[in-house]
Design a binder for this molecule. Sequence first.
Ligand code: SF4
Length: 170
Amino acid sequence: MLYLALALLIFAIFLFRQSSTQRKEAGLPGGRIIYTDTRGWGKVEKPLFYTAMELTGKPDYLVQQNGKIIPVEVKSGRAPEAPYDSHIYQLAAYCLLVEKTYHTRPPYGIIHYENRDFAVDYTRELEESLIDLLVEMKRDEHKKDVPRSHEQAGRCAKCGFRNHCDQSLA
Ligand code: SF4
């Protein structure tokens, strides 16, 4: 069976199509700044799987807090004002994988930037929004053309697909 490669580039392609309007409609939590002690973070050696959604992925770290398992995604670079939608969805997918693998629901996940950490609540709304996204991705998986939905050259300039994408603005 073909698994969706979570956190891989297909996610990036798809998420770049999401607009901030959709973000508001989806009610994505923006994330709150927290202070974390990295000493308790355990490296994840093997990917996690959720076969029902054909989903797999490997958070950078898992940390145990009050009997809960919290996934941590590490991002290079300085923190934006609020986590990017793509980072939130990626973290949400890790929360889903943790819940399905360890049978305990993470109340939140952590996005770790160079200078700041954000906790993103793993709400039912975020989970539903993620599931909708995964279903949509699955539906579009075999489409040859997936139209660009933004006009931001800066996004394309930083995109790993720029050299292969026929809609690149950069
Ligand atoms: S190059 Fe631009 S349009 Fe193409 S996938 Fe990347 S962000 Fe989207």
